[in-house]
Design a protein around this ligand. Structure first.
Ligand code: ATP
Length: 233
């Protein structure tokens, strides 16, 4: 569904991604793992074309999207949830969701606010509260829910478990598993291997912008030396 072929991305002269090549098949959950500064966010931005790769190619559902405008990439069905939470703090939870509403594409999911409240019960309880009254974890959930209102077929989640309470991390894992069951494809970036194990089918490990491992979580479990070399556990 998504393919990166020899993607090289830069910030000015700084060469941040080196020849990244991996694929995410429809219906998979893939975890992009690596330490702080490994290049996970840059990989997400290079997929969304917020950073345009200087060489290499990003293909989504057979379309070469390299160099496309980010809003056009989003229109094809890619929903990006950045690391920093993006909600309107003065709007209520329900209003935040309404603002994110986009018409469904042909054959795409058509989320309603009620469906999202089923998926995120804690947001349902707080539907009339303003964004600023929510905890960090709830704001994170709302950012994801708002992205789902755009009816993406593919969701990119940048460090969804970062900086949130353990009980919310568990709920987040459940949400990702449910999204997969609904047929969505997910690429998430993580430093938390435990979280990745709970939700992902495949892992891609990067270090210094270079791909060090691509395989299943079982394969990764069988190679603790890879985990020790490239991940903080
Ligand atoms: P984190 O967990 O801290 O978000 P990451 O794996 O997502 O880390 P990136 O944010 O992609 O890593 O950063 C990769 C490298 O690019 C780092 O060395 C970082 O300092 C550098 N970098 C990130 N953003 C910029 C920028 N806007 N300009 C210059 N260098 C940047």
């Amino acid at each position: 569904m998504l393919e990166l072929s020899a993607v090289n991305s830069f910030y000015g002269k700084a060469h941040v991604l080196n020849d990244l090549s991996f694929t995410v098949a429809r219906g998979q959950v893939v975890a992009l793992l690596g330490r702080n500064g490994a290049g996970k966010t840059t990989t997400m931005k290079s997929i969304m074309q917020l950073v345009v790769p200087r060489s290499g190619k990003v293909t989504f559902q057979g379309h070469d999207i390299t160099g496309s405008a980010p809003h056009k990439v989003a229109k094809l069905g890619l929903g990006y949830v950045p690391e920093e939470r993006r909600i309107f703090t003065d709007l209520t939870v329900l209003e935040n969701l309404e603002v994110g509403r986009q018409p469904p594409r042909e054959g795409s999911y058509a989320w309603t606010t009620e469906m999202l409240f089923d998926l995120f019960p804690n947001l349902a309880e707080r539907r009339g509260n303003r964004g600023k009254a929510l905890s960090g974890g709830e704001q994170q959930m709302l950012t994801i829910a708002r992205t789902l209102m755009g009816n993406p077929s593919f969701v990119l989640l940048d460090e969804p478990s970062e900086g949130i309470a353990p009980v919310i991390v568990e709920q987040m894992a459940r949400v990702i598993i449910q999204l997969k069951q609904e047929g969505l494809t997910v690429l998430l970036s993580e430093q938390n291997l435990h979280f990745a194990r709970a939700v992902a089918d495949m892992a891609v490990i990067i270090e210094g912008g270079t791909q060090k491992f691509t395989g299943t979580l079982d394969e990764l479990n069988a190679h603790p030396e890879i985990r020790d070399a490239y991940l903080s556990v």
